[in-house]
Design a protein around this ligand. Structure first.
Ligand SMILES: Cc1cc2nc3c(=O)[nH]c(=O)nc-3n(C[C@H](O)[C@H](O)[C@H](O)COP(=O)(O)OP(=O)(O)OC[C@H]3O[C@@H](n4cnc5c(N)ncnc54)[C@H](O)[C@@H]3O)c2cc1C
Length: 304
């Protein structure tokens, strides 16, 4: 039986989707199969099938931190946003499936007069992607909110504590284990007046709109901030504001954003990243590390 037929037992399967429609950069070639598991059991069975048959796979959230290769890939991309996107508030706690939008949860928390996710109300990621990245802003991060994470690990669902997740600046244990899949997250909140929460969210929204090029496709901050000085300042002082390679440009509005001017390829973005890294290293001796994750799996194989 074909891979498609087998996977269809566990979820919806789409063929040859272009990843540019699944990444905020609007960049990325085709992937052979997109798999949308119906529930936790079918995710587990689907992944077991893929592993047994040595089929490469990767889970993608909202694709808002990904520089996906221009190449077409013979692989399976797993999306959790169709079926694994339920959530429930219980008192000051929230249990949310990994396919939920973090922005939507921040808004729902506000409506329930619960405070803690205001920092995430402008981060366009999924719950799974935000935990994976330990996404953060305004001196807060997912690690300040998350109490436990349920993960599909070696064929079993296990709950990891916040401590087990080894959270750090834009880092979690999940980066070391690309085959683990985050499926559910528990978060803690504190009670607060809805209007106070809205005020904070609104002022952050205004700050983002004023400082970030939100009208152009991007993946947010390209580089992590080094200890010495913010990444945007290193780039600015190298005279690279507005610098362009192909369709990829260092934003005039925010130097740590690379934007897609319309027809950028992953290759353009990659070249621009490397150019910035070498100029910053040359001028300041600082090694800028990417926050954006590049996906360039290259093994050539044919799937049935
Ligand atoms: C305009 C803009 C503003 C942004 N602002 C911020 C900001 O303020 N702070 C910040 O931290 N980030 C910011 N980002 C970056 C991005 O939104 C975050 O990194 C977010 O956490 C990525 O979530 P995602 O669902 O899009 O993950 P994706 O980009 O889809 O995936 C990122 C990584 O997470 C992995 N992953 C996703 N879901 C799962 C899962 N369920 N289980 C295991 N692994 C998984 C993927 O395999 C991949 O390796 C911004 C991006 C944009 C475009």
């Amino acid at each position: 039986m074909s891979i498609k037929k087998q996977l269809q037992e566990f979820g919806d399967v789409l063929v040859n989707q272009e990843m540019k429609y699944h990444t905020s950069f609007r960049i990325g070639g085709k992937v052979r199969y997109s798999f949308y598991p119906f529930n936790l059991e079918s995710l587990k069975n689907g992944v077991e099938f893929l592993k047994q048959n040595n089929v490469p796979f990767k889970v993608v959230g909202k694709g808002s931190n990904l520089l996906w290769t221009d190449d077409d890939l013979e692989m399976v991309v797993i999306f959790l946003d169709h079926y694994l996107c339920n959530y429930e508030f219980q008192g000051n706690r929230l249990e949310a499936e990994a396919g939920c939008s973090i922005i939507q949860l921040a808004v729902q928390a506000k409506n329930c007069e619960l405070s803690n996710l205001e920092f995430a109300s402008g981060i366009p990621g999924s719950v799974g992607g935000c935990v994976f990245m330990n996404a953060g802003a305004y001196k807060m991060a997912m690690s300040d909110v998350v109490s436990e994470v349920m993960v599909l690990r070696d064929g079993e669902y296990v709950w990891l504590s916040n401590y087990d997740c080894e959270f750090d600046y834009r880092y979690s244990i999940f980066k070391k284990h690309p085959d683990w899949i985050i499926v559910k997250v528990r978060m803690n909140f504190i009670s607060k007046d809805k209007n106070d929460i809205e005020e904070v969210m609104q002022s952050r929204r205004e700050r983002r709109i004023a400082s970030q090029p939100l009208d152009k496709p991007s993946a947010g901050s390209t580089f992590k901030n080094p200890e010495e000085k913010p990444a945007w300042q290193c780039i600015e002082e190298c005279g690279l504001r507005g610098y362009t390679i192909g369709g990829a440009k260092i934003s005039d509005k925010h130097c740590n954003f690379i934007i897609n001017e319309g027809n950028a390829t992953a290759k353009d973005v990659k070249e621009l990243i490397e150019l910035v890294q070498s100029k910053v290293k040359e001028k300041f001796g600082i090694e800028l590390k990417t926050e954006v994750e590049e996906y360039t799996w290259q093994e050539k194989r044919t799937m049935n």
